[in-house]
Design a protein around this ligand. Sequence first.
Ligand code: DUC
Ligand code: ZN
Length: 496
Amino acid sequence: MTISNHDFDMTVRGGRISTDSKTFEADIGIKDGVIVCIQKNLPAGRCDIDATGRWVLPGGIDSHVHIEQRSGMGMMCADDFYSGTVSAAFGGTTTVIPFAAQHRGKKIPEVIADYAQRAREKAVIDYGFHLILSDPDEVALKEDLPKAIRDGITSLKVYMTYDQLKLSDYQLLDVMALAGTEGALVMIHAENYDMVRWIAQRLLDLGKSTPKFHAVAHDALTETEASYRAIVMSRLIDVPVLLVHVGGAETVDLIRSAQRLGSKVHAESCPQYMFLTADDIDLPGVEGAQFCCTPPPGDLRSQEAVWAGLKDGTLRLYSSDHAPYRMDASGKLPSGEATTFKQMANGVPGIELRMPLLFSEGVMTGRITIEEFVALTSTNHARMYGLSHCKGDIAVGMDADLALWNPEREVTVDTAMLHDNVGYTPYQGKQLRGWPEVVVSRGRVVVQDNALQVERGSGQYIPRRSPEATLPAKTAAGATRLPGMLGLKGKAWPTQ
Ligand code: DUC
Ligand code: ZN
């Protein structure tokens, strides 16, 4: 076949392409935002990107980001849909899935419409939404959620802790059952509410209230207990669940064992559990608040467990859980120097450094392969969240979402080089090797020459399909399927 140079809006030529399964050298031809040709020696398109010496990877998908969202405690994130998506793009990410967050008493359709409008005006890369559900009442379960899921919000996030967000076990079962019927995935923040509350109260009674005690209150066992409970509930209902931001070594072991027994439990971890420890929080005064996320970073053993879990597939997703709060009264320090660990906003920024951190510390050190990197940062997210028809791969017919990495570029992390609106980074001073220098989203150059190349609002909403985990399961060879409790596995549950 002869291919004329009028055939392509864009070509990316001379690079080394990696997907989650293979690495090869070829050129990429793009038309109307979609990859239409992958082969060697393509003629240049109207826009021709020289990828010589670059690793051409699928654009990242960050499926756990808090953007322009008010926390359960009422704090507003420092990033809006513009700064959040710009920052994502500079770090090699071309799709984000932030949350539309329902606060109690708010109507779900209004919540979704509000987030959709704000994102439409500001996002520079493509996005979907998960729904945070804090009020699963009858209208939600019978009308609003089925409609939201049909409209492409195919994942629901629920909390087992936090005063304003926590669902009871009864409510969790309701949500899981609904998700099972409608083909949605339930994402779970798993921590034992009363264990955290009990430890926290004792610390406060003893006058131990500075941010470093956050890591004491949120003991890793609180995550393990709640994760176990969530897994058992998922077995009871026979519905898949996804445990988000897993940080504890025992929790990783628990998930691995449950998966080996056939439980439909999936899991995610984040940079803060691989590159930070509780020692980072142990700073004088309120300084440690910069490193406080929930669950908090653990110890070196838990870091190793997370790395091992990502490597062996126990943890399939590597997301940022970007939760941007400034070190001022708007977020981390509502009571200034007197702020207690109970008052500060929880979360760390990471949307821009998520991929560079793993590229440098994982791929360039040989801890993971480049294909594993692609799977963990992009392809698995597309599969997990119903985007694999258009995102997460370099193949003909897929959206032209690409990041061209320079594996030799050395970067010393500094807050000033980042594009978020947080004012600090927990990774300040870290030396990284490898950086995404050109980022393409749906055939548009988004980042090049260290500058943003697209307009505010040029990202698109992507309605998502049913997550792969919710489709009929293929039993892994050798896996032992647990019998459903009460002998009801696979049967329809009464809905009235
Ligand atoms: N913990 C959460 O539960 N949400 C946002 C960020 C965090 O650290
Ligand atoms: Zn969470």
